[in-house]
Design a binder for this molecule. Structure first.
Ligand code: IVH
Length: 672
């Protein structure tokens, strides 16, 4: 192949992967592989400038923006960063810029985390957030203002504190939207609770969430952000990057605490190396560190090459990606019947952990990425999240690889598999599938559901095997005789378990409803339902139309509820619950007073003595309502320590703000 052909091939590949990554948010190759292709082209073009075409990916910033969100033009190009893959390359970067500066120029450096999220560009007019956009192609991005407004850390007005610096009349800043590891984990727990498949990759989920067309969905996902740069300002802010970060911090923007200022290049390098070991300790994902020349005048003077400012470089951590062989695909059956493909891998070591299984997402993605059994595949581990297969290494194919197809029959019970319109998942259609039954019972008795202590997954399976239980309701009929010859079950353990079962019979109705495993109905929705019905029987007989009148309950969930209760199996469960004396009536909490009747409250920040739940229940006990976001309809905002954007919004809308004592006073006042 001629060099010319190779350059054309690289351009084509990079363009494609660029589109997959930036527009579809669905990369086929790893960042490291992408970087390799990009570098090869850059080097080729540097050596043979005649190969450089005006449409080469090295000549422009990013890719075409996608989606239906309105487009907005950025006030200045949203640039990227050159990569340095090791300390040697950081030295080479320093040498390169050194040659462009006069010999006696002394530099100091700011080091920041390289957040593994997606770029967001925020514009403030006279201190008020007026626009938020994605990076898009660097020149034009998608308008995501409504979504960004749902991110608590992002101030809707600056300065957040009255003694903060006055912002320039027009200020555009840039940062990264991310999920904290803990928030991502909790989001996934909620997905599983509601019977939906969990998300695999935090970065892609953050991206999908930010580009949601319905900001109400975004609001339910705990996104976070860090701000790190000024894109444009019509008044000077600071002549140093450190000064800019200080300004941001003082204005109330989220700025990482993990930033460092170095006046000595060697100690900066030592910090880079030392930091790498701490990467996993951070509460969010980073894929490297960013080194920036602190003096912004020099930084600007150094200029831009392609889409990268010369004055900064990204020190990329070695990727937590490896290649291994895909030995097989295991199909797991979930309690809702959802079939999830899991990769069985040749064991491989990734940053300290042996990985043998990995997520394969779903069958659509397997087909799209053309992953086959026998393939060499790229596997990525990131933080606390389960490892997942990114894609195959097409170059290593022998031709003997087997195509993976979704099963026609459930691997456990051989019932036909169906695909629900509009969903990617395939489902086992048999509600009596032994695996579904087992998982449903496991879920039913687990913490957060019926919370039966001493009835772990293993025991559930054992009791099923022995025919002692057949469904969720049978648990309530367990007797000491059923348990005596189970291994490890002494008198004490048996009596504890029976006590726990007895206690479970008297839990509030919403817990029972939430434990049934109806698609989309976790404890939160169950609580909502209980506000509208007096008993389980009333819920069982509720029509789709009636359920749809409940604000906050979508038509899909309404229909899932109706369908669930229509099954003979479900009716049988209810009959047995009655028989076992399980609580099936909604206990309407007695109102302590109607002091807050008709009033809507929003809680924000940490209160000195009450938890948020306690504050909520106090307000509700007095007839008030608590909602999640501040609007003109909000009557009071109750703010504690580190209250965020909700407080700002309240101030903007002139809504009275109370502290904990103020809330209690208000009750007293209303009562007297
Ligand atoms: S500075 C001109 N600082 O990394 C300034 N970028 O690989 C260029 N990123 O597109 C960006 N953390 O989305 C900068 N502390 C940080 C960053 C950061 C993450 C992202 C950013 C950029 C990408 C480049």
């Amino acid at each position: 192949m001629s060099l010319e052909q190779r350059a054309a091939e690289l351009r084509e590949q990079i363009r494609h992967h660029n589109y997959r990554y930036h527009v579809l948010d669905d990369p086929l190759i790893t960042d490291a592989e992408y970087d390799r292709l990009f570098r090869e082209l850059q080097e080729l073009e540097a050596q043979y400038p005649e190969l450089r075409t005006p449409d080469s990916p090295t000549q422009r910033v990013g890719a075409e923006p996608g989606g239906d969100l309105p487009k907005v033009a950025h006030p200045a190009p949203i640039l990227s960063l050159s990569n340095s893959l090791d300390i040697g390359e950081v030295r080479a970067w320093r040498d390169r810029i050194g040659r462009l500066l006069t010999a006696d120029t002394e530099l100091d450096y700011v080091v920041e985390p390289k957040f593994d999220g997606l770029s967001v560009v925020l514009t403030y007019q006279n201190g008020v957030l007026i626009q938020a956009a994605t990076r898009g192609n660097g020149v034009v991005g998608d308008d995501v203002t409504a979504n960004v407004r749902t991110i608590n850390q992002i101030p809707l007005r600056i300065p957040v504190q009255p003694d903060g610096p006055t912002p320039p009349p027009l200020l555009t800043v840039r940062g990264e939207v991310i999920f904290y590891k803990e928030d991502f984990k909790r989001l996934n727990e909620r997905m599983v609770e509601e019977g939906a498949p969990p998300y695999v990759n935090a970065r892609n989920t953050a991206s999908g969430t930010l580009k949601q067309k319905d900001a109400r969905i975004t609001a339910t996902r705990p996104l976070s952000a860090f701000i790190y740069d000024v894109v444009a300002a019509d008044a000077p802010i600071s002549t140093t990057q450190w000064g800019i970060l200080e300004f941001m911090k003082a204005s109330g923007f989220p700025v990482s605490k993990e930033i460092g200022l170095f006046d000595d290049f060697e100690s900066m390098l030592a910090y880079l190396e030392e930091y790498e070991a701490r990467r996993d300790e951070l509460p969010y994902e980073i894929d490297g560190l960013v080194i920036k020349v602190n003096n912004r005048l020099i930084y600007n003077e150094l200029g831009i090459v392609g889409k990268d400012p010369r004055g900064a470089t990204a020190y990329k951590f070695p990727s937590q990606e490896v290649t291994t062989t895909l030995l097989d695909v295991e199909v797991n059956v979930g309690r809702t019947g959802v079939l999830t493909p899991t990769a069985v891998l040749e064991p491989v070591f990734i940053s300290g952990v042996t990985v043998q299984k990995a997520s394969l997402h779903n069958y659509d993605l397997i087909a799209e990425k053309d992953i086959r059994i026998g393939d060499r595949v790229i596997v990525k581990r990131s933080g606390d999240v389960i490892p997942y297969v990114i894609g195959p290494v097409l170059g290593s194919r022998s031709g003997d690889e087997q195509i993976i197809t979704p099963p026609d029959l459930c691997p456990v019970c051989n019932s036909p598999v169906e695909r629900v319109e509009g969903e990617v998942a395939y489902y086992c259609t048999n509600p009596a599938c032994p695996e579904r039954v087992a998982r449903n019972i496991e879920y039913f008795v687990s913490r957060g559901s019926m919370d039966i202590v001493g009835l772990g997954d293993k025991i559930v399976r054992l009791l099923l095997e022995r025919g002692i239980i057949h469904d969720e309701a049978d648990v309530f009929f367990l007797k000491a005789e059923d348990l005596v010859d189970l291994e490890g079950f002494g008198d004490r353990k048996i009596s504890n378990l029976l006590t726990s079962i007895e206690a479970a019979k008297h839990r509030p109705l919403y817990r029972l409803i939430g434990a049934l495993g109806i698609r989309g109905v976790g404890n939160t929705i169950a609580q909502l339902l209980v506000e509208h019905v007096d008993s389980m029987d009333e819920l069982a007989d509720a029509s789709q139309e009636r359920l749809e009148t409940i604000t906050g309950l979508g038509p899909h969930t309404a229909s899932a509820i109706v369908q669930w209760f229509a099954q003979p199996h479900s009716r049988e469960l209810l009959r047995k619950f009655h028989l076992a004396g399980v609580n099936l009536t909604a206990e309407k909490e007695e109102l302590a007073s109607t002091a807050f009747a008709g009033l809507t409250f929003v809680l924000t920040g940490t209160l000195p003595t009450m938890s948020r739940d306690e504050a909520k229940s106090i307000i509700e006990k007095h007839g008030g309502k608590v909602t999640g976001s501040v609007s003109k309809k909000t009557d009071y905002v109750v703010a504690g320590e580190s209250a965020g954007s909700k407080l700002t919004k309240a101030q903007q809308l002139n809504i009275p703000v109370l502290d904990e004592a103020g809330l209690l006073n208000l009750i007293e006042q209303e009562l007297s």
